[in-house]
Design a protein around this ligand. Structure first.
Ligand code: C2E
Ligand code: MG
Ligand code: MG
Length: 408
């Protein structure tokens, strides 16, 4: 079992005196594998490397460049699996709100500490944590290398799953979102958070997207032939839009499969940094839109989907990030962000999709507020195409049995 001396801890605080103080407090408690950073960028570099990736981060909320909340968003992008303790001089209410935001992003919080930090409170939080580790050893998730991912693409181990998007008014299945999974020969089904970023950083994202797009458009063609009026969404990052070849690839695939372009939705998330020349992505997206493909802005409300994108790109659809949908019915902060995103999208004439609809309460909020479409495990998990017909039957029955839409 891991002892305190081997648990990797990172402290991030712009105040170097605070860094020293916390390091000393931790040392007294037996935690000696401690690194410190006085800015978010350095900390992210440590998190990106396996040998320096911490299991616990003590995070200051108030920092001049990248503040604590922004830093948390980057942790989410990196699929950070460790724990977090917030440290701040802000009042109780502010800390509680920050804690809720962190929890909405599903980053496990151990608690928060007020400045000046009380060593006993720190000790208490850490003790609770180490006791829980001792009770249930954490599974270590394996990191995959660029070579592993390259091989997965070559050996066609990437498999598309499809998650239904339904109309909130009628319950009708409007479309499906393509979500790639890796059918790993030893490790089983691996979700994209564990390999997309590595692919992006190692110039493999174009190959990966080509594989996903090809499968998805062939599948969409089959559904179209069978008379299923499904729109198929595909996730694309800004990195994919760096070369004009992307557009030709999509247009050719759609033509080869006799598919009307309206059946394809390109969901866009911005990747880490937008290249210096934003004209190429803009040109590709505008031309796709002119050809009647649908464009969707994904994860709206998070750092990577910005208002500037809304202004510059002719989107048809806005997807409110799951972090602001699930539990928005009972949490004022989430609700405020949800309401604002919905109102903005409506004002701009876009279809609004709420992601991460997990339960009946979430569903009812969407009904009350006039959201257009829902996606989430309450409706269905991502499915293999063979499982779609059965799910559709069950869903139509559920609409009736559970009175999911008005007038049923
Ligand atoms: P996304 O596009 O926002 O996709 C929604 C994610 O939410 C999916 O995670 C989906 O499985 C998950 N989800 C759906 N319903 C629920 C729910 O009720 N509760 C919760 N907590 N989660 C739900 P997944 O499949 O792990 O994908 C994660 C992200 O990876 C996607 O986020 C997307 O940005 C990216 N991704 C997936 N496939 C591709 C791809 O082919 N290419 C690229 N570039 N990115 C992809
Ligand atoms: Mg998406
Ligand atoms: Mg999303």
């Amino acid at each position: 079992m891991q002892g305190p001396a081997t648990i990797k801890i990172l402290i991030l605080d712009d105040d170097t005196f605070m860094l020293k103080l916390l390091t000393r407090m931790l040392a007294k408690l037996g935690y000696s594998a401690v690194t410190t950073c006085d800015n978010g960028s350095d900390a992210l570099r440590k998190i990106d490397q396996i040998d320096t990736r911490p299991e616990l981060i003590l995070l200051d909320l108030n920092m001049p460049d990248m503040d604590g909340i922004e830093f948390v968003r980057y942790l989410v992008d990196r699929d950070y699996r460790g724990k977090l303790i917030l440290v701040s001089g802000e009042d109780e209410r502010m800390l509680r709100t920050a804690e809720k935001l962190v929890q909405a992003h599903k980053i496990p919080m151990l608690g928060y500490l007020h400045k000046p930090v009380d060593p006993d409170k720190l000790s208490e939080i850490l003790q609770k944590w180490t006791e829980s580790i001792a009770a249930s050893p954490l599974p270590v998730s394996k990191a995959y290398s660029a070579a592993d991912i390259q091989s997965a693409i070559t050996h066609q181990e990437l498999v598309n799953y499809y998650q239904p998007k339904v109309s909130i008014v009628s319950g009708e299945v409007i479309g499906v979102e393509t979500l790639v999974r890796w059918h790993h020969p030893q490790d089983g089904v691996i979700t994209p958070n564990r390999f997309i970023q590595v692919a992006e950083e190692n110039n493999l994202i174009d190959d990966l997207t080509r594989s996903v797009l090809t499968q998805a458009i062939i599948q969409a063609g089959k559904w179209h032939q069978e008379g299923q009026t499904l729109r198929v969404s595909i996730n694309v990052t800004m990195d994919n839009l760096a070369s004009l070849d992307f557009q030709d690839m999509v247009v050719n695939l759609v033509n080869e499969n006799n598919l009307p372009p309206q059946k394809i939705v390109i969901e866009i998330t911005e990747s880490q940094v937008m290249g210096p020349d934003a004209r190429v992505p803009l040109e590709i997206l505008t031309r796709l839109r002119l050809k009647r493909f649908h464009l969707s802005i994904d994860d709206f409300g998070t750092g990577h989907s910005s208002l500037a994108q809304l202004r510059d790109i002719p989107f048809n659809e806005l997807k409110i990030d799951q972090g602001f949908v699930h539990r928005a019915w009972q949490d004022d902060t989430l609700r405020a962000i949800y309401d604002a995103s919905l109102a903005m999208g409506k004002q701009l004439g876009m279809d609004i999709v709420a992601e991460g609809v997990e339960d009946r309460n979430d569903w009812d909020l969407l009904r009350q507020t006039g959201c257009d479409m829902a996606q989430g495990n309450f409706i269905s998990e991502p499915l293999l195409p063979a499982d779609l017909p059965n799910w559709q039957k069950t869903w139509h029955q559920r609409i009736l049995d559970e009175s999911l839409v008005s007038g049923q």
